[in-house]
Design a protein around this ligand. Structure first.
Ligand code: NAP
Length: 253
């Protein structure tokens, strides 16, 4: 029996990268997991990959910025697994790199809609179903960039800072419903999202790795075990916290 046996989890943006690693780990630890992302083809291949490992997963297309998609994902989870105990809100975008004053209104809206607004509303939409189970656990995926805001990813960094605040803001009301809410803030993780920063094995990326005390970038699996811990009963008295997964890089606001 895994430590998450009998639990049902929704993980957004879970067909690749950090989300897929989290979905895999929660399922390995015994949860039934609903995986999702925007593209059917990606959902199909992630579900196939995980089922091939005999993991209990299902999948659905869900663009987190679309309310109807979120609702369909919740309904499918309830229908297939009978409830929801765990939400990992992982989706984010960063459509712009450059000085903050060059940010257009549409880029700003997209970043805040996907990274922040959809995280809050999906949480709000899932809470009644967790309450019906007698409690639950929510994890938001922020970033070390929410603490140390990059000059060229200002709005993205700010959206991630706001998730630290959202985590704190939700604590009192969710605690009354026996729901814990926590957050992770990874450093640079080797995924498609960040590949421009790590993929070339040239001087820039190795110089960047050298400023990390552990001298390496993170792997998606470095995040997955922390999330599994945070949503498990081992973390039963932890709520409102953000765990930095930064290889020793200091993180402060
Ligand atoms: P990734 O490897 O590029 O994976 C992105 C996943 O998100 C894919 O499954 C993609 O599938 C899905 N997706 C994209 N937009 C979506 C949307 N609007 N709705 C639903 N799904 C969507 O990215 P990642 O690096 O794992 O990033 C995951 C999270 O970690 C993000 O919140 C990111 O900010 C955070 N993070 C990443 C790093 C890093 O260095 N990689 C560091 C700190 C924090 P589809 O294309 O099918 O939608």
């Amino acid at each position: 029996m895994g430590k998450l046996s009998g639990k049902v989890a929704i993980v957004t943006a879970s067909t690749d990268g950090i989300g897929l690693a989290i979905a895999r780990r929660l399922a390995e630890d015994g949860a039934a997991v609903m995986v999702s992302s925007r593209k059917q083809q990606n959902v199909d291949s992630a579900v196939k990959e995980l089922r091939n490992k005999n993991l209990s997963v299902s999948g659905i297309v869900c663009h987190v910025g679309i309310k109807e998609d979120r609702e369909r994902m919740i309904q499918k989870t309830l229908k297939e697994y009978g409830g929801i105990d765990i939400l990992v809100s992982n989706a984010a975008v960063n459509p712009v790199f450059g000085p903050i004053l060059d940010t257009t209104e549409s880029a700003w809206d997209k970043i805040m809609d996907i990274n922040l607004k959809s995280s809050f509303f999906l949480c709000k939409e899932v809470v009644p179903h967790m309450e019906a189970r007698g409690g639950g656990s929510v994890v938001f995926v922020s970033s070390i960039g929410g603490y140390n805001i990059s000059e060229f990813m200002g709005p993205y960094g700010m959206s991630k800072t706001a998730l630290l605040g959202l985590t704190k803001a939700l604590v009192p009301q969710l605690a009354q419903k026996r729901i814990r809410v926590n957050c992770i803030a990874p450093g640079l993780v080797k995924t498609k999202f960040s590949e421009q920063l790590w993929k070339d094995s040239g001087a820039a990326s190795s110089a960047y790795a050298q400023i990390i005390p552990m001298k390496r970038f993170a792997e998606p699996e470095d995040c997955a075990g922390i999330v599994s811990f945070l949503v498990s009963d081992d973390a039963s008295y932890i709520t409102g916290e953000t765990v930095v997964i930064g290889g020793g890089v200091s993180a402060r606001l």
